[in-house]
Write a protein that binds this ligand. Structure first.
Ligand code: HPA
Length: 239
């Protein structure tokens, strides 16, 4: 288990329950509860503040935690900051959905983020003399790709877009990102990768394709659940 340097923060109050060095981070706190109940042994809840549920347990005997992050860079950034700086978390793995942006991508494919470009201003605070590229941890990336390949899971590895806007005013904006080879759009990874890099810890984003940008194909809850399971099992193997 990670060492705790503080008993509680403004957004996380573990009440003495440990948080593991490796944590899965879905956006939805009820997904966090589902992951813990489905995959973990010895489950303990470590956070209920704002209903942003967090749980610690073991997976195949190894300690692991899971916690919701909410949606968007501001939300994942404050939770990941507190997990890293106040609770000693070292491996942060976002698990979520994304909108596919390239022709060769199908619904339910798994996307592993090698990098996360962004339209957010979050990186500005680091005051770098140029444009910094938010990257995931190569150690986690390489392992996730290997695990996915062993499972026969179709994956796309590359650059995602962490966008601040879900309902954008500019109808051409995503097309311009597509031309730069962006695989898919989501809303959190750039903030997570920046926080992890600034603190010298490891982060990764793994997604299932829930929709294709420019297409109105609808997915069923059952299909989404199956795809979700494949992604979670890859992420849990990183613990
Ligand atoms: N935009 C942003 N985030 C998403 C999307 C999308 O289309 N699909 C799943 N997450």
């Amino acid at each position: 288990m990670s060492s705790t340097t503080m008993t509680s923060t403004p957004h996380i109050d573990p009440k003495g329950v440990d948080i593991a060095e490796t944590i899965l981070l879905p956006g939805d706190p009820l997904r966090a509860k589902f992951i813990a109940e489905t995959y973990f042994d010895d489950i303990r809840c470590f956070n209920e503040v704002r209903n942003m549920l967090g749980f610690t347990g073991t997976y195949q005997g190894r300690p692991v935690s899971v916690m919701g992050t909410g949606m968007g860079i501001p939300s994942i950034s404050l939770y990941s900051y507190e997990l890293i700086h106040h609770f000693g978390v070292k491996n942060l793995i976002r698990v979520g959905t994304c909108g596919a942006m390239q022709e060769n991508m199908e619904l339910y494919d798994v996307v592993i983020a090698q990098g996360a470009s962004t339209d957010s201003n979050y990186l500005q605070q680091f005051d770098l003399p140029g444009q910094w590229a938010p990257l995931s941890s190569y150690r986690l990336l390489e392992k996730a790709k290997r695990v996915a390949d062993e499972r026969g899971q179709r994956t796309h590895v590359g650059n995602v877009l962490s966008s601040d806007v879900f309902y954008g005013a500019d109808p051409d904006a995503l097309g311009r990102w597509m031309k730069m080879g962006i695989l898919a759009v989501e809303m959190e990874s750039a903030g997570l990768f920046a926080n992890a890099a600034a603190a010298g810890v490891d982060a990764l984003g793994i997604f299932t394709v829930s929709d294709k940008i420019g297409s109105d194909v609808k997915t069923t809850p059952e299909e989404r659940q199956t795809a979700f399971t494949a992604m979670i099992e890859i992420a849990l193997d990183l613990a």
